[in-house]
Design a protein around this ligand. Structure first.
Ligand SMILES: [Zn+2]
Length: 131
């Protein structure tokens, strides 16, 4: 009996903007294609930074050192965003998808002094200031 690879997809219940959905589709299409074409390739249970963070977590899409989470200096940008989310001046939903996904996969993921998942969860429902 052949082994069946399992791919966990983000919740379809979460509200997403069209660019986010496009980003998701691009991201998962390549993974699905890989799973369909490399039948013998098993997911590595010992995930390294290289497999956990295939792209810069700031979402820039630029090449980075495979051993780091960010292209050099881009962690500063993300640190500023996390500060803004904490301060309530930025919606956590605006954080880049690679960062959010990495935080979900690794709840202890830290950027500078921020535990990313905590920042996202604490932001909760950002009240919209109507009127
Ligand atoms: Zn970047």
């Amino acid at each position: 009996m052949p082994t069946v690879p399992i791919l966990a997809l983000p919740s379809p219940l979460a509200p997403r903007s069209i660019p986010e959905v496009r980003q998701l589709a691009r991201h998962y299409a390549s993974r699905i294609a890989n799973m369909l074409t490399n039948e013998d390739e098993q997911p590595n249970p010992q995930a390294t930074k290289e497999t956990l963070y295939p792209q810069c977590l700031c979402g820039c899409g630029e090449d980075k050192n495979p051993k780091s989470r960010f292209k050099q200096g881009h962690d500063m940008k993300v640190n500023a965003w996390l500060n803004n989310v904490k301060a309530g001046t930025m919606d956590a939903a605006s954080l880049p998808l690679p960062l959010v996904e990495a935080a979900r996969n690794n709840p202890t993921l830290k950027v500078h002094d921020h535990v990313v998942l905590e920042v996202i969860q604490r932001s909760g429902n950002v009240a919209s200031h109507a009127g």
